[in-house]
Design a protein around this ligand. Structure first.
Ligand code: HEC
Length: 156
C-alpha cells in the first residue's frame, strides 16, 4: 500500500488527526461495512492499473474469472458489461462475495476502471465504453461516499 507522501509536517499531522475521524464516521454509518481499514484509498488512477490492483485477483488478469471457494464470473465477453448502471453498482456496492469499493475509490477512479473493463472485456469501442465520473456520482449511495481527495491532488 503506497501512502501519499505528505509534503509538510502540517500535512502529516492532518493525516494523523483525520484518520481517527474517518474511522469514527465509518463506525457510525451502519450501512458502510469497511472491508479495508478506514482511511485506505487506492492510489492507482488509470483503468488498467486499477483493474490490475483490485479486480484481477478475483476476475483474473485476462478477465476469464475463476472457480474456487466462490465463483468469480468471467468479465471477458460478459454481455452485462453493456449495462453501465449494473457495472457501477457492482464496483461501488459489491454484491454477495464481491466487495464494494465505493469508499476506497473516487468517482474518477470508478469511471476509469468501468470504462476500461467495458472496452477491454465488453467489446465496446473506446467512445461507447466511456463512463463519466458524473454517472458514477449520480449512482453512488451515501453509504459508499468517495474518499477525500488525496493530499497530493494538487500535484497531479
Ligand atoms: C474479492 C473478489 C472480487 C474482487 C476483488 C472483484 N470482484 Fe467482481 N465479482 C466477484 C464475485 C464473487 C462476483 C459475483 C457476485 C454475485 O454473486 O453477485 C463478482 C461479480 C462482478 C460483476 C458482475 C458479473 C455478472 O456477470 O453479473 C462485475 C461486472 C464485476 N464483478 C466487476 C468487478 C470489477 C470491475 C472489479 C474491480 C474494481 C471487481 N469486480 C473486483 C468477486 C470479486
Amino acid at each position: 500500500m503506497t501512502r501519499t507522501r505528505t509534503p509538510s509536517r502540517a500535512g502529516a499531522l492532518a493525516t494523523l488527526l483525520l484518520g481517527p475521524v474517518a474511522a469514527l464516521a465509518q463506525a457510525m454509518a451502519p450501512a458502510a461495512e469497511p472491508r479495508f481499514s478506514s482511511g485506505w484509498r487506492f492510489e492507482q488512477r488509470s483503468g488498467p492499473a486499477i483493474y490490475g490492483a483490485l479486480c484481477a485477483a478475483c476476475h483474473m488478469p485476462d478477465g476469464r474469472g475463476a472457480k474456487g471457494a466462490a465463483a468469480y464470473p468471467a468479465l471477458q465477453g460478459n454481455p452485462r458489461l453493456a449495462a453501465t448502471p449494473y457495472l457501477l453498482h457492482m464496483v461501488v456496492n459489491g454484491n454477495r462475495a464481491m466487495p464494494g469499493f465505493g469508499s476506497q475509490l473516487s468517482d474518477e477512479q470508478v469511471a476509469a476502471v468501468a470504462s476500461h473493463v467495458r472496452q477491454r472485456f465488453g467489446g465496446l469501442s473506446e467512445a461507447a465504453a466511456r463512463v463519466t465520473p458524473d454517472e458514477v456520482h449520480a449512482l453512488r449511495p451515501a453509504s459508499a461516499a468517495a474518499p477525500a481527495p488525496p493530499a497530493s491532488a494538487a500535484a497531479h
